[in-house]
Write a new protein. Structure first.
Length: 210
């Protein structure tokens, strides 16, 4: 009789063996100590500010005031915490110095690139030059051109001036004649309207008095 093969047993897990961890680089360790130093410094500044506020509140109270004791207890606790943070900062300074001694921990920043193009002083001096030198020259040239234009207009030939005067007189005479024609047309229109009105009134009177 055929017997089915027995399946293999699952592998037995190894207990107590941890997976290997990646070792942080010297630069990462150094930056970690730097971040810890910044955080401890911020905590120390906050505690110091709190201590000053508590001391100011205590100084405003009398020696026998009941509210003085809780403030003094809190001030003592703040002093204890400040002392602990100072110790941690001292230990951090030692660790930071040791980490900085490892090759490759401190990565030097590349020097700043020199600015491209002319410096800012060149732009400022150029603007001052334009204001001091070019602007007066532009004004002088504009005045010279204006004087030449005025002289050219003033020195028109005599015959052209006479023609312009005659043209002006003719235009004025034409305007007067047009005004007269308009007055005559308005007079004729008014006369025609009054005549028609008189005829209409006469016809109505004839109808009323047959």
């Amino acid at each position: 009789m055929f017997q089915a093969p027995t399946p293999p047993a699952p592998p037995t897990p190894v207990v107590g063996v941890a997976a290997p961890r990646a070792t942080p680089s010297a630069s990462a360790i150094y930056q970690g100590y730097r971040a810890q130093q910044r955080e401890l410094t911020n905590q120390l500044d906050d505690l110091d500010g709190t201590r000053r506020e508590l001391q100011a509140q205590i100084d405003q109270l009398d020696a026998g005031d009941a509210g003085r004791k809780p403030l003094e207890d809190r001030l003592a606790d703040i002093n204890t915490r400040i002392k602990a943070v100072d110790g941690m900062l001292a230990a951090n300074a030692t660790q930071l110095a040791q980490a900085a001694a490892i090759p490759g921990a401190v990565v030097e920043q590349p020097p700043p690139m020199p600015p491209q193009g002319p410096p800012e002083e060149a732009w400022v001096l150029g603007g001052i030059f334009l204001i001091v030198a070019v602007f007066p020259l532009s004004v002088a040239m504009a005045r010279r051109i204006w004087r030449r234009s005025a002289a050219a207009v003033a020195s028109l030939p005599r015959d052209i001036a006479d023609r312009l005067q005659r043209m002006e007189q003719a235009i004025e005479a034409t305007a007067v004649e047009v005004e007269r024609i308009g007055e005559g047309q308005r007079f004729i229109t008014r006369l025609f309207t009054e005549t028609e009105r008189a005829k209409a009134l006469g016809a109505k009177s004839a109808e009323r008095n047959p």
